[in-house]
Ligand binder design. Structure first.
Ligand code: SF4
Ligand code: SF4
Length: 67
């Protein structure tokens, strides 16, 4: 599942941009956004975000603790 970035939380630090292998993440008005077509769903961006603005939703997960 492609991750989504919460623009309210993102502080524009750019960590996610640096770690994204296909360079699918860009900044717009100091908020990161993902070009879905290029995302390889590796999850690295979510792991690097200091404010946990990036969420990856696993549609088939039944874990109630998954955010
Ligand atoms: S999941 Fe991987 S490929 Fe997709 S935006 Fe994040 S770092 Fe880039
Ligand atoms: S790592 Fe998080 S806070 Fe930093 S630019 Fe990416 S989404 Fe925004």
């Amino acid at each position: 599942m492609v991750p989504s970035i919460d623009g309210e939380l993102c502080n524009g630090c750019g960590n996610c941009i640096e770690v994204c292998p296909p360079q699918a993440i860009h900044l717009k008005d100091e908020t990161a956004y993902i070009e879905i077509d290029f995302c390889e769903e590796c999850g690295l961006c979510a792991a690097e975000c200091p404010v946990m603005a990036i969420k990856i939703i696993f549609p088939r997960s039944t874990d109630p603790h998954t955010h």
